[in-house]
Write a protein that binds this ligand. Structure first.
Ligand SMILES: Cc1cc2nc3c(=O)[nH]c(=O)nc-3n(C[C@H](O)[C@H](O)[C@H](O)COP(=O)(O)O)c2cc1C
Length: 177
C-alpha cells in the first residue's frame, strides 16, 4: 500500500493545523497515512555559519528520510504575519541543503487553517507559489477558515468534510498513478 506522510507547519501544542491533519488522515482509504509532528524534528535557526561549523542536524536528515520513504505529502500551514510560520520555513531551509528539491516531485495536498475567515489564504498562496520550485507536485489544495466554527466536539462539519474528501480523493488518485 502507498504511504502518505501528513504534518502541519505548526510548533504549537494546541495547533489547529495539526488538528486538521488528524481529521484528514482517516479520510484516506486507498493509502496509508503516517501523521508526523514537526515538533519531533527540532532544529536550530538555519545559518550558513552554523551549517559550516556543525553540519546538518540529525533531525533534518530524519525528516528528509521520511520524505524519501513516502509516496506523497499532506502539509497544512498556519499563517504568521501573512506567510508560513518561521518554524516551517526553517525546516524547509534545512531540507533544501540536503536536497535541492526536498519534496522530491512527490504529489502534495496543501491545506491551511486559521481561526479567521480567510483560512490562512496568504500563507497558502505563498506555499502554493514557492513549493513547486522545491519539488512539490501540488495536486490539490483546500483552506479551512473559521476553524473553530467548523469543528464541533472534535469533528468537522459535514460540508467542510465533503470538500476535504474531494481533495483527498484527488490526492489519492495522484499517488496511485
Ligand atoms: C506571530 C503570529 C502571527 C499571526 N499572523 C496571522 C496572520 O497573518 N493571519 C492569520 O490569519 N492569522 C495569524 N495568526 C493567528 C493564527 O492563524 C493562529 O494562531 C492559528 O491558530 C495558527 O495555527 P496553529 O494553531 O496551527 O499553529 C498569527 C498568530 C501568531 C502567533
Amino acid at each position: 500500500m502507498k504511504t502518505i506522510i501528513a504534518f502541519s507547519g505548526s510548533n504549537s501544542s494546541r495547533s489547529i493545523n495539526q488538528h486538521l491533519i488528524r481529521l484528514v488522515a482517516p479520510l484516506f482509504t486507498a493509502a496509508e497515512v503516517k501523521v508526523l509532528d514537526l515538533r519531533d524534528f527540532p532544529a536550530p535557526m538555519y545559518g550558513i555559519d552554523l551549517e559550516e561549523a556543525e553540519g546538518i542536524p540529525e533531525s533534518m536528515q530524519q525528516l528528509m528520510d521520511e520524505f524519501r520513504a513516502s509516496d506523497g505529502i499532506v502539509l497544512s500551514t498556519p499563517e504568521h504575519n501573512g506567510s508560513m510560520p518561521a518554524f516551517l520555513k526553517n525546516a524547509i531551509d534545512w531540507l533544501s541543503r540536503i536536497e535541492k528539491k526536498p519534496f522530491l516531485n512527490k504529489p502534495m495536498l496543501l491545506l491551511s487553517a486559521s481561526p479567521g475567515a480567510r483560512g490562512a489564504q496568504s500563507a497558502f498562496e505563498h506555499l502554493n507559489a514557492i513549493l513547486p520550485y522545491r519539488g512539490a507536485a501540488i495536486v490539490a489544495g483546500h483552506r479551512v477558515g473559521s476553524f473553530f466554527a467548523k469543528v464541533e466536539e472534535g469533528e468537522l462539519h459535514a460540508e467542510e468534510k465533503a470538500q476535504l474528501i474531494e481533495v483527498v480523493r484527488q490526492m489519492e488518485k495522484a499517488v496511485l498513478e
